[in-house]
Design a binder for this molecule. Structure first.
Ligand code: ADP
Length: 252
């Protein structure tokens, strides 16, 4: 088991008082699985990722990665943030090796591996270019390669496609999903987009409004053999969509 959350709770202390973000979160993610978390805005999805990353401790329950309690950030876990956060003053190579530099400088093997990832995923010719010279999709690939460069086994993705327009988002999310599968990584994706979650995931965890509890967990193995694009045309897609939509209870 890659992630094991046992009755996880988190209450923030703020100048205005306590904010109970997570009340009681329990679920597991198996090695190699792609799991999405959906929930109303502000319910605590990003908070949950920061606990799994080791950026803050839970105020209740336990967070285990690889069977061990998480106490601090570790190289086993890579985070892909909402914006690609590529630095314009660095080349693409400078950006994808940033994590390695922070870990003490890219060793020969890690450098060769990063170069291989750039080549394999169509960015080899862009190594000396700047981020502004890349398309939105290429920037996302670059951000993913930067995360993969440090060799994490678990990827946490915090709304990584939210800055892209709808059409680009469809193809970029399928592309990034394909890379994660080919690299045999375990992934936990936070998204507010139900369709995106259904098109990419093995399972979907639906959270309630804040303070968040797990409302339901959906197993999408019926769609497993279909690509993200094919899933969107499958009859089961609409059924999952309608069920999750009702569970989210979004008022307009
Ligand atoms: P989501 O990702 O689901 O939109 P977040 O995890 O970002 O939600 O936030 C959950 C709740 O906790 C929100 O009400 C937010 O305002 C609050 N919150 C997040 N971070 C902090 C913090 N560092 N201090 C106090 N409150 C916070």
């Amino acid at each position: 088991m890659m992630i094991d959350l046992e009755h996880v709770a988190l209450t923030y202390q703020s100048p205005d008082g306590e904010i109970e973000a997570l009340r009681d979160i329990s679920f597991t993610v198996e090695e190699g699985e792609f799991v999405s978390i959906v929930g109303p805005s502000g319910c605590g999805k990003s908070t949950l990722l920061s606990l799994i990353c080791g950026l803050e401790p839970p105020t209740g329950g336990r967070v285990l990665v690889d069977g061990k309690p998480v106490t601090a950030p570790s190289g086993r876990v890579g985070l892909m943030p909402q914006r690609d956060q590529l630095f314009e003053w660095r080349t693409i190579w400078g950006n994808v090796t940033l994590g390695l530099e922070l870990e003490g400088g890219p060793g020969g093997a890690a450098k060769a591996q990063t170069q291989m990832l750039l080549e394999q995923y169509g960015l080899g010719a862009f190594a000396q270019k700047r981020p502004s010279q890349l398309s939105g999709g290429m920037r996302q690939r670059c951000a993913l390669i930067r995360t993969l460069a440090t060799g994490p086994r678990l990827l946490l993705l915090d709304e990584p496609f939210s800055a892209l327009d709808y059409q680009t988002r469809l193809s970029v999310s399928a592309d990034i999903h394909g890379i994660i599968r080919r690299e045999h990584k375990t992934a936990l994706l936070v998204t507010h987009d139900i369709s995106e979650a259904i098109s990419l995931s093995d399972r979907i965890v639906v959270l309630s409004r804040r303070p968040a509890v797990v409302r339901s967990i959906h197993d999408l193995s019926a769609l497993r053999t279909l690509s993200p694009m094919e899933r969107r045309d499958a009859p089961a897609f609409r059924e999952f969509f309608n069920t999750i939509w009702k569970e989210l209870d979004i008022n307009v």
